[in-house]
Design a protein around this ligand. Structure first.
Ligand SMILES: *[C@@H]1O[C@H](CO)[C@@H](O)[C@H](O)[C@H]1NC(C)=O
Ligand SMILES: *[C@@H]1O[C@H](CO)[C@@H](O)[C@H](O)[C@H]1NC(C)=O
Ligand SMILES: *[C@@H]1O[C@H](CO)[C@@H](O)[C@H](O)[C@H]1NC(C)=O
Length: 373
């Protein structure tokens, strides 16, 4: 880790810990607060971080954590599930910044996060992401996730627990744009994504879905030539996502247009309000990486150390950055969420605005979830 990044992280943790203990008191208070909340007729626009009992995720190798800590190319095949930005729960927030580890500060009993590395030692639990997955696999992952949750009474009380499920999908579709122009078309992308969300909507009670918009994939070419990149990483990237990695200017324009269309159709789908029909289910778009800006070094060079040794997957640094920015997005009202991920402080809920922002409550809660400075 860069020293500055590390210091920043430490600072965030300290602020979050301070706020957590100031607002929630000791862990007994946390338990009491949760209990009180559960006795209320729960409505989604009143979901607070400490009310989240279960986390789950769907997606591809970014969510599976492939190669996050790999030091050699072969390590890309290893799944660092426990470090996954949206679903990993290895260690604590002090050492591994992930959404579940942030949530643990509010509810130490949160469950469902994946742990470990490798086929032998990892535990997937409710991280249903599969390396290489495309949007067409989202309906299947939805059923898989529901099945696992229903099956696992140790980890979840299916009907009563409040769940946060994060979905991030589409990179592999864009990589396949030349080989499979129909399957990777924006129409196909949104159709299967919608199908998956429909399944969750019909089957999962008490669930908030974080739908994370995909990033500007054409920037991969800059990653291949940034600080810390190698010839081997360029070769690996070209093997994993050949079309994008080797695209010429004309093709880049095509990729950009399709990329934008994925995002636009996703926003259009959620704006229909079709997932806001119940009091206990919603889908919220989290756009923190929509207007992608690659992290840079102090010299202004693209910092490829945020990517794994293949210049394609996320390294632990980007996993942490994504985890933080996802969390911050959850504490920003719909309509004024940050669309650029950056190294920023972790936000905290306030006494006046204690709830995770949803499509419905965003007009009711004011927009001043504080930023710790
Ligand atoms: C509170 O935290 C302490 C130390 O982390 C732990 O030993 C104890 O079991 C916790 N109590 C509850 C109610 O979670
Ligand atoms: C649920 O449990 C049953 C019995 O243990 C098992 O056969 C099935 O594959 C499980 N389903 C899922 C989705 O894990
Ligand atoms: C880009 O590549 C395509 C397909 O290989 C080719 O048809 C086109 O002429 C190229 N455009 C430029 C500007 O090189």
């Amino acid at each position: 880790m860069h020293r500055r990044f590390f210091l920043f992280v430490l600072y965030c943790i300290l602020s979050l810990l301070t706020i957590t203990s100031a607002t929630l008191g000791k862990n007994t208070t946390v338990a009491k607060t949760r209990y009180t909340s559960k006795k209320l007729p729960c409505k989604f626009h009143e979901l607070r971080p400490q009310d989240v009992d279960v986390v789950g995720a769907m997606g591809d190798s970014i969510t599976a954590g492939n190669g996050a800590e790999a030091t050699h190319m072969i390590g890309i095949l290893r799944e660092f599930r426990g470090l996954s930005w949206s679903a990993g729960g290895d260690n604590t927030l002090e050492t591994s910044i992930t959404l579940p580890n942030i949530l643990k500060k509010f509810n130490p009993q949160v469950k469902g996060y994946s742990t470990g590395t490798d086929l032998k030692t990892r535990d997937l639990w409710f991280n249903a992401a599969i390396a290489g997955a495309r949007s067409s696999e989202i309906p299947g992952q939805a059923w898989e996730l529901i099945g696992r949750m229903k099956n696992d009474s140790q980890r979840t009380n299916f009907e009563n627990d409040w769940k946060v499920v994060t979905i991030f999908i589409g990179i592999n579709d864009l990589c396949a744009l030349d080989r499979d122009p129909v399957g990777a078309s924006p129409e196909s992308y949104i159709k299967t994504l919608e199908e998956g969300l429909d399944i969750l909507h019909a089957e999962l009670p008490r669930t908030l879905v974080n739908l994370v918009e995909i990033w500007d994939i054409h920037l991969l070419q800059q990653v291949a030539h940034g600080y810390g990149s190698t010839r081997a990483c360029r070769l690996a990237q070209a093997a994993e996502c050949n079309y994008v990695s080797t695209a010429n200017d004309t093709e880049i324009e095509v990729i950009k247009a399709v990329n934008d269309e994925y995002q636009r159709l996703t926003e259009e789908l959620i704006a229909t309000g079709k997932y806001d029909t119940e009091n206990d289910f919603t889908v919220v778009i989290q756009p923190f990486i929509k207007d992608t800006v690659l992290p840079c070094t102090e010299n202004g060079e693209v910092d490829s150390t945020y990517f794994a040794v293949d210049c394609f997957h996320f390294s632990t640094k980007a996993q942490a950055l994504a985890g933080m920015n996802l969390w911050n997005n959850m504490l920003e009202p719909v309509g004024s969420k940050t669309t650029v991920w950056g190294i920023k402080d972790l936000k905290c809920p306030t006494k006046d605005n204690p709830y995770i922002y949803t499509n419905r409550n965003s007009n009711q809660q004011s927009s001043n979830a504080i930023i710790n400075r």
